[in-house]
Design a protein around this ligand. Structure first.
Ligand SMILES: Cc1cc2nc3c(=O)[nH]c(=O)nc-3n(C[C@H](O)[C@H](O)[C@H](O)COP(=O)(O)O)c2cc1C
Ligand code: SF4
Length: 425
């Protein structure tokens, strides 16, 4: 289904976000009732699989596959963890769900709790969303009062499950799922070496399902409407709707819900969405999916916005961030900002990322202060590739994604800043 849709956000503005009665009057908790009273656990897993829900946190791992893998793992207790860290720059869509329709996220987490017979769910919400944490807590309390959390949920004996909020403290790397679990456990928020996978050795070393806020919010839609109907909001290889975040120099900034497969060109240029740039100047480039994502240029924009189509032209959906830049922005300056971010956010666990990111920044600074020499572009490329290959987590492994896109497309912008070895100087 192309264009703007209202599926995950369908109740927004029509009810008090944390009010259970209003939520129910708009079809809320029907999916949970259906899952618990009319479906087997295998049927629930099959529907999630059919929906082709690719994880909305950035890595796009199929939720159906993750849920089935989790089901196959023995162990007790099992934990459900919702990743609401939302640290990826340019990403502000989980905020929309957490603040405006928190009960949808809670319903998705309860369905997961039921499927995996978990007793405890944890939602990790970034510390900067202090006010949203309060709203979410009220929604949890109301759900508990209404019998959707706690003991013998909905009168089903032995269905005991509750959810707590854990607050993040401002580190980007804590959005990485294993660092997030360490942070919940009260340890230093650094990624773990994988394998073992979190489905086997997760929170407190127990089997753990980690999904993003938007992924959980999609679960009630899949159960209520069926996996096929959910997939049909998107395309065959990438089902459902997606919340996208337009920012930077876009004229109409904000969060939009679209059917996956909507034209990227329309998203960027049509008045219904981004509307081009606020300055009226041409779009020079667009950064997709956060700092770890690729940068795209206008000749790549004539594609549908879905995981497969974007991948085919070297772009990605990632978290849903779409940062638009007009032609006043220097690519070299922009890359410097990206690397500065990684230097700041590197957790320091592995040397290539901790030290290498700083050396990348040193090299980029040379281009900007006029001291770059022949070979510096190659040194930058080599260093970025080395970090990517040797880093322990997704942060270091994506450090050069944006830079490589810029070098591939507009190497001349970097070359133009190289000091020439002029013998007559
Ligand atoms: C450095 C880094 C930061 C991340 N930040 C987030 C985040 O803020 N929110 C999120 O949901 N996933 C984030 N992820 C991805 C998670 O590790 C994980 O893939 C995701 O929570 C799984 O949920 P999903 O399958 O529903 O997308 C991050 C990954 C990395 C490497
Ligand atoms: S790659 Fe960077 S952020 Fe990831 S564990 Fe290593 S030092 Fe930490």
């Amino acid at each position: 289904m192309e264009g703007k849709v209202s599926v995950l956000l369908k109740r927004v503005g029509k009810m008090e976000p944390a009010n259970v009665e209003e939520y129910k009057s708009l079809g809320g908790f029907e999916a949970l009732e259906k899952a618990v009273k009319k479906m087997t656990k295998q049927e629930i897993l099959d529907e999630v699989d059919k929906g082709v829900l690719l994880g909305r946190g950035g890595a796009a791992y199929p939720a159906g596959r993750k849920w089935k893998q989790m089901m196959a793992i023995e162990g007790d207790p099992k934990y459900i963890v919702c990743n609401g860290d939302e640290g990826e720059p340019g990403t502000f869509k989980d905020r929309e769900l957490l603040s405006k329709t928190p009960l949808s996220v809670i319903e998705g987490m309860i369905i997961a709790g039921y499927v995996f017979s978990a007793k405890k769910g944890v939602i990790y919400i970034r510390g900067e969303y202090r006010e949203i944490q309060k709203t979410f807590q009220v929604a949890l309390d109301n759900a508990r009062k209404a019998g959707y959390l706690g003991e013998n949920i909905m009168g089903v004996e032995g269905f005991n499950y509750d959810i707590v909020i854990v607050s993040g403290a401002g580190a980007y790397v804590c959005g990485e799922n294993s660092a997030l679990l360490n942070s919940i456990e009260g340890k230093s928020g650094r990624p773990r070496v994988k394998p073992p996978h979190l489905a086997e050795v997760g929170l407190y070393s127990k089997p753990t399902l980690v999904n993003n806020v938007e992924s959980f919010a999609s679960i009630p839609v899949i159960i209520a409407e069926g996996g096929d109907a959910f997939r049909n909001y998107g395309v065959e290889t990438s089902g459902g709707t997606k919340l996208i975040c337009l920012s930077g120099h876009a004229k109409n900034k904000g969060v939009y819900e679209i059917g996956l497969g909507t034209s990227l060109y329309d998203i960027l240029y049509s008045e219904e969405f981004g509307g081009g740039t606020a300055s009226g100047r041409p779009i020079k480039f667009v950064h997709f999916g956060g700092q770890s994502g690729p940068i795209g240029f206008p000749e790549q924009f004539n594609v549908p916005y879905d995981h497969t189509s974007l991948k085919n032209v070297g772009l990605s959906v990632g978290s849903g961030a779409i940062v638009v830049m007009d032609d006043t922005v220097s690519l070299v300056e922009y890359c410097k900002k990206v690397i500065e971010f990684f230097v700041h956010e590197s957790c320091g666990k592995c040397n290539p990322c901790r030290i290498g990111s700083e050396r990348m920044l040193d090299l980029l600074n040379k281009f900007l202060d006029g001291t770059a020499v022949e070979g510096d572009i190659e040194r930058l490329e080599e260093l970025g590739n080395m970090i990517k290959l040797t880093a322990a987590c997704g942060l270091g492994q994506t450090i050069n994604t944006a830079l490589n896109c810029c070098l591939k497309h507009s190497r001349y912008e970097f070359e133009a800043l190289i000091k020439k070895n002029d013998v007559w100087e």
